[in-house]
Design a binder for this molecule. Structure first.
Ligand SMILES: NC(=O)c1ccc[n+]([C@@H]2O[C@H](COP(=O)([O-])OP(=O)(O)OC[C@H]3O[C@@H](n4cnc5c(N)ncnc54)[C@H](OP(=O)(O)O)[C@@H]3O)[C@@H](O)[C@H]2O)c1
Length: 351
């Protein structure tokens, strides 16, 4: 490691299950074979961060550092790293724990799981992407099975770009971070029309990403099937429910055609008695670092999609105060007070 690197940094710790948060000093981790150390410039917040706090899951040991979305500059590289170098600006997905989490000033990432940030994107913009991108890509394209997806042909595979031309897709919750990424991958896959449910104030946002028919998400879900029939008479064989509350899941499952797949970002809540043979449910785990070869595949192609503008960042809402401001900002997500935007903090600003 370079001598210029600090040995200590600040991190936001969740001290105990459902407990207090505290910004404390901790060691700067050392990158091992194939890993890079990133000096984080921006970290974005996700609903899962407050859910882990409130419901205590996926954390084997406390105190823990959370955070999954970040962007920064490579500060050091481990042995054998060839794809990136010190000074590169990258975005990447964190893992709760210690050395790989995003709510700290330095983090460790595999060189296979970073994407270079194009010059027209800020660190704040870039940090808005990793979780949404991974969750959308896994949901549509990862192999079927636990934590997997609908096994569609990815647009980066031969014959995958535009493959689903003239097939409709429904994205429930198009203005959510996951929904925005799902719309953009659906466009790369050629789906048409791309129908989505959204608050009308976010219509321009979702159409700028590729949605062709935004529908008011405040209308009763019982009217959704008829609204879709006004747009297309084709069967809906792919539905990405980026909200996945029981109400949207059950409405989506009824709309799904036989032989189709409903992609859910939360645990399935479709009633057993309503289930029909031939309608699949996929429950993606949107974590590139946990998806093995598929996660690396997503990152191998993400840089080019960003460079070409095929995948655009979320609009961001900057929260001042660095890591210490995260707990209060998470409360905005908890209370559904953020619409169509990603909350972003800058760890270097931490007091
Ligand atoms: N399975 C996984 O690995 C995974 C990964 C990431 C996220 N998730 C889960 O996926 C969900 C979405 O996460 P996110 O980060 O994308 O959320 P987010 O960006 O915080 O979602 C906020 C958006 O949700 C929209 N929304 C809320 N209720 C809606 C409804 N009933 N219908 C349509 N839109 C609705 C709002 O839209 P309007 O303002 O336009 O009304 C708002 O823009 C969360 O439950 C999260 O925990 C799961």
């Amino acid at each position: 490691m370079s001598a210029a690197l600090p040995t200590s940094q600040k991190a936001l710790f969740l001290l105990a299950a459902k407990g207090d948060w505290s910004v404390k000093p901790t060691d700067v981790p050392t990158p091992e074979q194939g890993e890079v150390l990133v000096r984080i410039e921006s970290s974005a917040l996700n609903p899962v961060d407050w859910k882990i706090h409130d419901y205590d899951f996926v954390v084997p040991e406390y105190p823990v550092i959370l955070g999954s979305d970040s962007a920064g500059v490579i500060a050091a590289v481990g042995e054998g790293v060839q794809k990136v170098k010190v000074g590169d600006k990258v975005l990447h997905q964190g893992l709760s724990g210690k050395r790989q989490a995003a709510f700290q000033q330095y983090t460790i990432v595999s060189e296979d799981l970073v994407a270079k940030i194009p010059s027209d994107l800020s660190f704040d913009d870039a940090s808005s992407l990793p979780v949404g991108v991974a969750t959308a890509a896994v949901g549509f394209y990862a192999p079927k099975g636990q934590g997997g997806g609908a096994a569609l042909t990815a647009p980066w595979k031969e014959g995958g770009a535009g493959k689903y031309v003239d097939q409709p897709v429904l994205v429930i919750g198009g203005s959510s971070a996951v929904g925005q990424a799902a719309i953009q991958y659906a466009k790369l896959s050629g789906f048409y029309p791309i129908i989505t449910t959204v608050s009308p104030s976010n219509n321009d946002l979702v159409t700028s990403l590729g949605a062709t028919h935004p529908l008011d998400r405040n209308k009763p879900l019982s009217t959704l099937a008829d609204s879709i029939k006004d747009i297309t008479s084709k069967p809906i064989t792919v539905i990405y429910d980026a909200i996945s509350i029981p109400e949207t899941q059950n409405a989506a499952y009824k709309i799904l055609a036989d032989g189709g797949t409903l992609i859910l970002v939360l645990a399935a809540a479709v009633k057993d008695e309503d289930k029909v043979k031939g309608k699949d449910i996929a429950n993606p785990y949107g974590s590139a670092p946990s998806q093995g070869a598929f996660g690396k595949e997503v990152y191998a192609h993400l840089g080019a999609y960003l460079e070409n503008g095929d995948i655009k960042p979320n609009q961001v809402q900057y929260v001042s105060g660095g890591l210490g401001s995260i707990p209060d900002a998470l409360d905005l997500l908890r209370k559904n007070k953020v619409s169509g935007k990603k909350l972003v903090v800058r760890p270097p600003e931490t007091a």
